[in-house]
Design a protein around this ligand. Structure first.
Ligand code: PMT
Length: 319
């Protein structure tokens, strides 16, 4: 079965056939729906952020897989800025990719920040060296406020199949919020996969010679998301290119095809300092100045400010 040019209906029916349904998807859907209901009732907007890259197995008993590049920094930092703007956040992220707040200490060896002061034999007090964890008091305060308010719901994916099913479940769970739900699709999602019927069960043997694989096209999940699963929501996709000369044309093309609200266009090498926010009838460059870079300002702060403002206008228009 080919997914090239597959329509939305084909996508909906083939999702479960072609991509294994994770065992916990119903349970996660219930948790996400309860989260949406609780925060919706409290008058909060809810954003679903996707973050990190999907993994596509090459064997059923997986030793090797194809990965999409994404550190998760965009998604994790954006989550913090959305929380600061008063949103409740569902953080659908690749297992072990960057996570809100803890991302600030990536590369720090926790054990190097702690000193043990023995009290009795076998027990002791542990002291934290705050010079090794910059701004830890402020970060911890923000993290604990988010935690005690139940404002951040983490959901993990690893494979492409998990991502697709969990995104669909999230869209269904947020449907009660209508225009107050935002989808911020920063994850890097594979365009290729091997269907279960064509996947070898065991580890591919190098003794069989050079590896040749044929992969099928993954249907663009944005299509059913915008048309069927979350038709009232405010949907933002990201467009990543390595060639800057085709970036804006590709972003406009995505808006034409999927008819969602915003594309955030970025180029791999400059993504931390420059993006373009593209809508049907506007395009706005967001740039970090040298002075802002010196002050550790992050481009995600500007992206989130811009988009939360646009979302409020969208809600006011749609009601
Ligand atoms: O995590 P970082 O290291 O900070 O990097 C951030 C980022 C570069 C990964 C991020 O800013 C970004 O650009 N994410 C989108 C990358 C991507 O997959 O682009 P794309 O052109 O392949 O896909 C465009 C859109 O279509 C995406 O929003 C994706 O969710 C969607 N898509 C993709 C594949 C697919 N099968 N279905 C989809 O709906």
């Amino acid at each position: 079965m080919s997914f090239v040019n597959a329509g939305v209906d084909a996508m909906a029916s083939s999702l479960s056939e072609e991509f294994a349904v994770p065992a916990h998807v119903e349970e996660v859907r219930r948790v996400m729906a309860a989260f949406a209901e609780q925060h919706g009732a409290a008058g909060r907007m809810v954003v679903l952020i996707t973050s990190g890259g999907t993994k596509v197995p090459l064997e059923s008993r997986t030793v090797r897989f194809l990965d999409n590049f994404s550190s998760g920094r965009r998604g994790a930092s954006s989550a913090e800025y959305f929380l600061a703007q008063g949103y409740a956040v569902i953080f659908l992220h690749r297992q072990r990719s960057l996570y809100p707040y803890t991302r600030l200490y990536t590369g720090v060896n926790l054990l190097d920040c702690l000193t043990l002061h023995p009290v009795h034999e076998g027990s002791g007090l542990v002291a934290v060296d705050q010079t090794k964890l910059p701004n830890i008091t402020d970060v911890l305060k923000r993290y604990q406020a988010v935690k005690s308010g139940g404002l951040l719901l983490p959901v993990e994916f690893s494979t492409l199949s998990e991502y697709l099913h969990l995104l669909k479940a999230a869209a269904q769970a947020l449907s009660s919020l209508g225009s107050k739900a935002m989808f911020y699709l920063a994850a890097a999602v594979s365009d290729f996969y091997i269907p279960p019927s064509e996947m070898p069960e065991h580890k591919i043997q190098s003794s069989n010679g050079p590896l040749q694989i044929s992969m099928k096209m993954v249907p663009k999940i944005l299509k059913p998301l915008v048309k069927d699963w979350a038709p009232k929501a405010f949907v933002i996709s990201f467009k990543l290119e390595t060639d800057p000369s085709i970036l804006l044309e590709r972003a406009r093309c995505a808006l034409d095809i999927y008819k969602h609200q915003v594309v955030v266009a970025n180029v791999l090498d400059t993504r931390h300092g420059y993006v373009v926010i593209v809508t049907k009838d506007s395009q706005k460059e967001l740039v970090l100045t040298e002075e802002e870079v010196q002050r550790d300002v992050e481009i995600e702060e500007k992206i989130v400010k811009n988009l939360s403002h646009a979302h409020t206008q969208f809600v006011n228009q749609k009601g």
